[in-house]
Design a protein around this ligand. Structure first.
Ligand SMILES: *Cc1c(COP(=O)(O)O)cnc(C)c1O
Length: 364
C-alpha cells in the first residue's frame, strides 16, 4: 500500500522545531497575524526573491485578493487555462470578471502563449497562467505579451513553490504570484494557508488592507475587505518547512526521474518533459496514456494511490457550461482523457518506486 501523498514521512525532519515553536505560540497566546507570520513573510519573500509576501487564509484567497488588489472587476476579461483546479477560475468570478479559457501546450500542459495572444481583446486586463503540476508556464513569453499589451500578469503558483525559470522563482514574474499552503502542496502547512508574492509596494499595501477587513488602522475601515489571515501556528509550520523546501523539491525530482526512467519506453506512454531553463518541482507526476483506465485499475487493485488531475476541464464543468457554449479546447480535452498521476512526495523510496512502476509495466 502506497498513498498518493505521505506527510508522515517528512515529519521527523521538522518535528523538533515545530513542537518547540508551537508550544511558545500556546504560551504567548497570540494566534492571528503575529510575529511568526511576519517572519515567515520576510523569509518567504527572501526565498522567492521578491520585495513583499503577504500571507492569507488559502491559495484561493490569494488569487481572489490579488485580483481585487489589482482592481479587476466586472467587464474585465482574465485569460487563463481550463486545465487546472477550479479555484483559479472561481477567483476570477469572485471579483465579477470573466474567465477566458485558452488551450495549453501538449508538452507542459500550461497556457499556450500564441493562443493567449489571439485571445486578447480590448476588455482583457489580466493573463493568469498556472504553473501546473510544478512546471513553470512559458512565463517569459507571457510576461512579454503582458508588457506589450499593457496587461497584468498574475501567476497561480499553488503547485509550483520553488520552481524556477532561468533561476527566477515562479511568483516573481508577474504583478502577483499566488501561493497555496494546503497540506499536500510542495510547501504545505497543517491546515489552510496562502500567500501573495509581489514586487509592487502598492499591491502589497492593498493586500494587507483587504485581508484584514479593509482596515489600515484597527477599527477604521475605508473599503469592504475580508477575513483572510494566516495564523501563528500555521506560520510556525511553514517557517520550519521553508528551510527544507529545496531538499523536499529535490526529493520529488529524484522520484520523478526514476519514474520516467522506468516508464519512458512503454508503448504510447508519455512521461513528463522538462524544458531547458525550467526547474520542474513535480507537485504531481502526471503521465499520459490511452490505457489510463487500465493502469488506474491495476494500481487500485494493489492499493497504490493514483488519481486523475483533471478529468473534466473547466470549460466543460456545469458551472461554466453556459459561458463556454461551443468552446472547444482540443489539447486540453485530449489530455484530460489520457492523464493520470502517480504517488508523489519527497520521501518516496526506491522500493516504493519499483513497486509502482512494476504494476504499471504489468499492464503492457
Ligand atoms: C490548490 C490550488 C489552488 C487553491 O489553493 P487552496 O489553498 O486549496 O485554496 C488554486 N490553484 C491551483 C492550481 C491549485 O492547485
Amino acid at each position: 500500500m502506497i498513498p498518493m501523498v505521505d506527510l508522515t514521512a517528512q515529519y521527523p525532519v521538522i518535528r523538533e522545531e515545530i513542537e518547540r515553536e508551537l508550544l511558545k505560540v500556546l504560551d504567548g497566546a497570540q494566534f492571528i497575524l503575529g510575529p511568526n507570520v511576519q517572519s515567515f513573510e520576510q523569509e518567504a519573500a527572501a526565498y522567492l526573491g521578491v520585495k513583499h509576501a503577504v500571507a492569507c487564509a488559502s491559495g484561493t484567497d490569494a488569487l481572489h485578493l490579488a485580483l481585487r488588489a489589482a482592481g479587476i472587476g466586472p467587464g474585465d476579461e482574465v485569460i487563463t487555462s481550463a486545465f487546472t483546479f477550479i479555484a483559479t477560475a472561481e477567483a476570477i468570478r469572485y471579483v465579477g470578471a470573466t474567465p477566458v479559457f485558452v488551450d495549453i501546450e501538449p508538452d507542459t500542459m500550461n497556457l499556450d502563449p500564441e493562443l493567449v495572444r489571439q485571445a486578447i481583446t480590448e476588455r482583457t486586463r489580466v493573463i493568469m497562467p498556472v504553473h501546473l503540476f510544478g512546471q513553470p508556464a512559458d512565463i517569459k513569453t507571457l510576461q512579454r505579451l503582458a508588457c506589450e499589451n499593457d496587461l497584468l500578469l498574475i501567476e497561480d503558483c499553488a503547485q509550483s513553490f520553488g520552481a524556477t525559470m532561468d533561476d527566477i522563482q515562479t511568483g516573481g514574474f508577474g504583478i502577483a504570484g499566488c501561493h497555496s499552503f494546503f497540506p499536500s502542496k510542495n510547501l504545505g502547512c497543517y491546515g489552510d494557508g496562502g500567500m501573495v508574492s509581489t514586487n509592487s509596494d502598492a499591491i502589497a499595501e492593498e493586500l494587507r488592507v483587504y485581508r484584514n477587513h479593509g482596515s489600515r488602522e484597527r477599527y477604521y475601515h475605508h473599503v469592504i475587505g475580508y477575513n483572510s489571515r494566516l495564523d501563528e501556528m500555521q506560520a510556525v509550520i511553514l517557517r520550519a518547512k521553508l528551510k527544507h523546501i529545496d531538499t523536499f523539491n529535490a526529493g520529488r525530482r529524484r522520484a520523478a526521474h526514476a519514474y520516467s526512467k522506468a516508464l519512458g519506453d512503454l508503448p504510447g506512454v508519455v512521461v513528463p518533459s522538462e524544458r531547458p531553463g525550467m526547474q520542474h518541482v513535480y507537485h504531481q507526476y502526471t503521465l499520459l496514456s490511452e490505457r489510463r483506465d487500465d493502469i488506474l485499475a491495476a494500481l487500485r487493485e494493489k492499493q497504490i494511490g493514483c488519481a486523475v488531475y483533471y478529468p473534466v476541464p473547466l470549460h466543460q464543468q456545469d458551472v461554466f457550461r453556459d459561458d463556454c457554449k461551443g468552446l472547444t479546447l482540443p489539447v486540453t480535452e485530449d489530455i484530460s482523457r489520457r492523464c493520470m498521476s502517480l504517488p508523489m512526495f519527497p520521501e518516496l523510496t526506491d522500493e516504493q518506486i519499483d513497486e509502482v512502476t512494476k504494476i504499471v509495466k504489468g499492464v503492457f
